[in-house]
Write a protein that binds this ligand. Structure first.
Ligand SMILES: [Zn+2]
Length: 296
């Protein structure tokens, strides 16, 4: 690329006497390169594939830019849990996630806490979703609501799309609603954070603060409870990259300590929107994901 073209690309103008068709030619080449890098896939393509591929499970990329081969569907009814919003078809994940969820459901059932309402996991092949999330792309994430009431299903429609998820925050959104929030939620978070393979559990900063104040002698699990935007009507559980999945990109390890420190104060001092501010453009998926999308 010569200096004239570099100037034209930088300034999007043609310097005097420079042939403008050279600029247009380079712009066309750049556009083609960007298109190739994005593997030509769109969120709608990923959401329209209704079944997993029939290969051994393989997590590809990261939770915010990835996909999954050979995912497993979570049965929609299980011991201590039920899946909601069947219309979204987002109840797929790596077998490790399915096993972890069944384990948590069994514990919740045995303790008489109620029933887990399982929200979004990943799409059948993972990948970006047309709405709702940036993460949940590679079969390692799940949303679980804080409402454990089994009666919520009594008047559910056939796709369980009309079950409400009450916020645990008060109306001013500056503290918890003590009529809804209590020991049952704390116990479920403790059980979730202590499950083998669980790396992080995201909750609203006010929820983390409550745990910091109320949890007694065994506080080691608090380290995995991470404050994040939203997450006042559900928590988000993320498991680690499965062993041997060389295309899975791990997150940074959780910092040492229980997280009841200045990092939490930072969250509580921010004017907190109910969801994460609009992130930047969709990151490019790893090339293996174009294979995952087309596999049989
Ligand atoms: Zn989530």
């Amino acid at each position: 690329m010569n200096d004239t073209v570099i100037h034209m690309l930088a300034h999007k103008t043609c310097p005097k006497a420079a042939p403008c068709n050279a600029l247009r030619r380079y712009q066309r080449i750049l556009a083609a390169v960007v298109l190739l890098a994005s593997n030509h896939s769109t969120a709608n393509e990923w959401s329209s594939v209704t079944g997993p591929s029939h290969v051994s499970p393989q997590v590809v990329g990261q939770t915010t830019a990835g996909c999954i081969m050979g995912a497993e569907a979570l049965p929609i009814d299980g011991d201590g849990y039920r899946v909601v919003h069947l219309d979204r078809k987002r109840y797929f994940g790596h077998p490790n996630l399915i096993r972890t969820l069944k384990d948590l459901g069994r514990q919740v059932g045995k303790l008489g806490i109620g029933m887990l309402h399982i929200g979004d996991m990943s799409q059948a092949r993972g990948g970006p979703m047309p709405s709702g999330h940036r993460s949940h792309q590679n079969g390692l994430d799940v949303d679980i609501r804080f409402n454990f009431d089994p009666r919520a299903f009594v008047n559910a429609d056939s796709l369980r799309a009309n079950i409400s998820a009450p916020s645990m925050l008060n109306l001013a959104r500056d503290n918890l609603d003590r009529k809804l929030w209590g020991q049952r939620q704390i116990t479920v978070l403790e059980k979730a954070a202590q499950l083998p393979g669980v790396e992080r559990v995201f909750v609203n900063p006010h929820i983390k603060k409550d745990l910091c104040l109320r949890v007694g002698y065994n506080r080691s699990w608090l380290r995995k409870i991470r404050p994040w935007y939203g997450h006042d009507d559900h928590f988000h559980m993320r498991i680690a990259c499965p062993a041997g999945n060389s295309h899975c990109v791990s997150q940074e390890p959780v910092p040492a300590g229980d997280g009841c420190d200045a990092s939490l104060d930072w969250w509580l001092e921010q004017p907190m929107p109910s969801s994460r501010p609009q992130p930047g453009p969709e990151p490019v998926l790893p090339p293996e994901c174009s294979v995952a999308l087309k596999q049989r």
